[in-house]
Each structure stands twice: as C-alpha cells, then as structure tokens.
Ligand binder design. Structure first.
Ligand code: TYD
Ligand code: MG
Length: 455
C-alpha cells in the first residue's frame, strides 16, 4: 500500500505544498494554507469503460430545460435548468441562498417535479419555520437533514429526484477522508462524487457554498471549474443595506455569463424585480454634483445605474481613494487621466466612488460616467439629471466605443432620459431613439467641456 503523505493545501486556489507555510505560494494570500491528508491508494486509476467514438457519431437530444416560473432565476441560468448539470451557488452567509433554493424547490414541487433538499446546516424544524415565513406548505417537497455523503447518495439512488439541493457543500463529509468537513479535500471530493452521480441520473444538482467578502475560505472557489454553472450572490451585506440581492452567473456552460437576476428580499422571501433600472436610480433625481448615470450591459440585459462620486480636500499627505461597486484600479487610472491629461488637481483630494444599490459594475463602458462624476464633484458642476454617459476611457483620455449600443440606448430612451454622451467611435451603429439627443465625443476633454456649458 502506498505511503500516506502529509499535504498542505491553499483553501483559496488549491496550491499544494508538503510543509506548512503562512502565505500561499500560488495566490499569495495569508493564512489560507491548511493541512490535508492524501493517501495515493484512494486514487484509483481512471477506468475507460467505453472506447472513444467519432464526434459525428454522438447523437444530440433536444436540449430540454426545466423552468421554475421564477423569471429572474430561470434567466440567470440561461433559460432554465439543464438536467444532469451541476450549479454552484456561492455567497456570504445570510444573503438568501437557502431562501432562494427553498422557493425554487417549492415551485418545482408544485409543477410536478421531484425536488430533494438536503440540509446540513439547519435542522428540519428551522427549515419548516423558514417555509412558514415563505408560505410554503411543501406537500411534495422532500427534506432531509444529512451530512454524510454516502447517505445523501443513498437518498439520491432511492428517490431519483429531479433536483437535489445540498445546503451547504461545506457541511457534507465523506467517511474515510481524514480531513474535517469544509476542508478543501472534503469539499472537492464530495462535490466531485455528487456531480458524477447526478450526471448519470439526469438530476439537477445545486451546491450551496459560503464565501467570505474576499471570496476566500471554505472551498467554493475550487469548485468553480467542476460545476457547469456558477452563480454568486452579490450586493449589500445581508445585515442592513439595500434589500436587493443580485445573483450573477460568473460561469455558465449553458448560457451567457454575467447574466444577472435581481431580487428584493421581503418579509415573505425573494421576489424578482421587474424593472431593475428604475429601482437602482434615485427616485427624485435632481442635479447634484458628482452623480452620473451610466448604461451597463449585464448579460443580455441593459441596466441603468447611478454612480456617485465625492471629492473632498484631503487631510493627509496621501489622499484616500475609497470605492464600492467599481474596480479600485480602474478608478485610480481614471483619476490619473483626469489629473494628467485634463489638468484637474486631484492629487490632494480624497475621492470616494459608490454604485447605488450595491451592484458591481465590471464594464469599462462605465468609465466615462465615473470620470465625469469625479470631475463634476471636484468642480461642483452637476451633470444634468436627464443625461446618461457611455464610453470607455483610455490612458490618453480618448473615449472609446462600447458594444451593444442599441440595447443600451433603448433602455436610456425607455426611462425618459433626454441626452446621452456617447463615443464618437459608435457613430456608425447608432440608431436614433425618439426624444433622445446623442452627443458624440472623442476625448474626455470634450465631455468635460459639455458639462460646463450644458446645464
Ligand atoms: P438565508 O436564506 O438563510 O441566507 P443564507 O442561506 O445565504 O445564509 O437568508 C437569511 C436572511 O434573509 C435573514 O437575514 C432573514 C432574511 N429573510 C427575509 O428577510 N425574508 C424572508 O422571507 C426570509 C426567509 C429570510
Ligand atoms: Mg443557508
């Protein structure tokens, strides 16, 4: 029998080493390396049961999807669940993972499917109390309080459900592995076995996993490449903040990535938001310096968001830059461009940038909005409240074109905006929208100039 080895692995990126270190040699994070036990004998050589066949010989069945009727949820999955697929749902504790999945199970049960919900964290009574709050009776919703992988596999084989929810994967353990539940090897091994089992049974698997704010700890990151679809909850923290919960598809083998589902957490559970743009914009938009509206593409949907900037004189030698919902490095770059190319004195100013509603903006198309918002706050000249800003900003201050202009402008027009500053580059693919004046710019300077003239 092969000798057992001591191994240490990073909980964040999976990097392995034979001695403990404080800092991961893979991702550079501190205190993420934990001990794992690995015995080579457990790894049986992969067995080839069927010889390879030509690609052309593989028959495709029509892709059938199971829909829940919860529109936002179906959309973020790319139009419903694909039988045999594995979906990972990550997010900080208390954001609404269990609530969402209980609602999904209920919908499926009502539609005649067979959902099975395995809870490893909460007792059956706790789930019952949640169900009461959600007004779920659950006659055909099967619940099990389990943490042992073998027992879960047994239930799966006996009941043959359409949907299996494992809440959470960090609580499940496989006997025989020495490491504790929640460690990298347990999480990976349990997920791996479940994923393979559901594939053969055409059952949809949902693995719920906790992620800390930094996206660290407890494994979900290493499961990303094993799952077919990865959804992360983002937005304000579960305690306080806006009641909105954003579920983003960061990976989807069966649909577009970056698709968003937007929910509102109410007293009786999560409700899909029909018109997210109007929700994220302040109710009474008045001309306030530093506030800019941008049109972002999130998956297949265009979303208008409000970005607020505040520039104040710094009390320190090194001015502060604090951002929320936007990329810190992107904002630093834009501040440098404003300072260097436009001569705006930001070197001794603190800059704060925040996206209203707790959504993350990843797109460079929001650059112009961020840059103009900062310029507006610094000069105390408001951006007109009926104006939307669109465009990527380069290092020389040039404004570059953005994709899917038509979809963006449609949303802008629909919400009653009157003016849009857009990149010159997009002149060709601009379809005029009724009541919307488009102003083309090639450089950030021109956009700032428009700001100071148009009020
Ligand atoms: P939960 O689904 O338990 O989060 P997770 O599984 O991600 O840890 O959500 C818990 C939070 O949601 C908790 O703060 C209470 C709140 N909540 C509501 O506001 N309304 C509801 O109907 C439910 C069930 C929960
Ligand atoms: Mg939970």
């Amino acid at each position: 029998m092969a000798k057992e080895q001591r191994l240490y692995a990073c909980q964040s990126c999976g990097w392995k080493t034979q001695r403990w270190v404080g800092r991961c040699g893979g991702c550079g994070e501190w205190n993420t390396v934990v001990e794992e036990t690995w015995s080579p004998s457990q790894r049986s050589a992969p067995q080839c049961t069927e010889p390879p066949i030509p690609l052309a010989a593989i028959e495709t069945q029509r892709e059938e999807r199971i829909t829940t009727g919860l529109e936002e949820f179906d959309r973020v999955l790319g139009g419903g669940m694909v039988p045999g697929s594995a979906v990972l749902i990550g997010g900080p504790p208390g954001i609404g993972k269990s609530t969402l999945m209980l609602q999904v199970c209920n919908r499926l049960a009502l539609l005649g499917h067979k959902p099975l919900y395995i809870t490893g964290e909460e007792s059956l009574l706790q789930i019952k109390l949640r169900a009461k709050r959600l007004r779920i009776e659950g006659k055909d919703l099967l619940l099990g309080a389990e943490t042992n992988l073998e027992t879960v596999q047994g239930h799966l084989n006996d009941l043959k459900p359409t949907l299996l929810v494992v809440d959470s994967i960090q609580m499940i353990y496989k006997e025989g592995l020495e490491s504790a539940p929640g460690t990298l090897s347990q999480v990976r091994e349990c997920a791996n076995e479940l994923i393979h089992l559901v594939k053969d049974m055409d059952c949809v698997l949902f693995l719920l996993g906790h992620v800390t704010k930094e996206g660290l700890l407890a494994g979900p990151k290493v499961l990303e490449h094993m799952a077919d679809t990865v959804l992360y909850f983002e937005g304000e923290s579960a305690s306080g903040g806006a009641p909105f919960r954003v579920l983003r598809a960061v990976k989807n083998r069966f649909g577009p990535t970056n698709e968003l589902a937007i929910f509102e957490m109410r007293e009786d559970g999560l409700h899909g938001v029909d018109d997210p743009s109007s929700l994220f914009l302040s109710r009474n938009r008045s001309n306030v310096a530093g506030t800019a509206t941008v049109a972002c593409m999130e998956g297949t949907r265009s979303l208008l968001l409000e970005i607020q900037s505040l520039v104040t004189r710094s009390n320190y030698n090194v001015p502060e830059r604090k951002v929320s919902g936007v990329d810190y490095n992107r904002v630093s770059m834009l501040i440098a461009v404003l300072d260097r190319r436009l001569g705006l004195k930001l070197r001794d100013q603190d800059v704060f940038v925040n996206v209203v509603g707790g959504v993350r903006v990843e797109e460079p198309a929001a650059d112009l909005g961020i840059a103009l918002g900062i310029a507006s706050s610094l000069t105390d000249r408001p951006i007109p409240s009926d104006m939307v800003l669109l465009g990527e900003v380069g290092l020389t201050g040039e404004v570059r074109g953005v994709g899917q202009m038509e979809a963006r402008l449609k949303e802008v027009g629909r919400l009653g905006f009157k003016r849009a500053i857009v990149p010159q580059d997009n002149a060709k693919d601009m379809i005029p929208q009724k009541g919307l004046e488009t102003i083309r710019v090639g450089h950030l300077k021109e956009a700032v100039k428009i700001l100071s003239s148009k009020q």
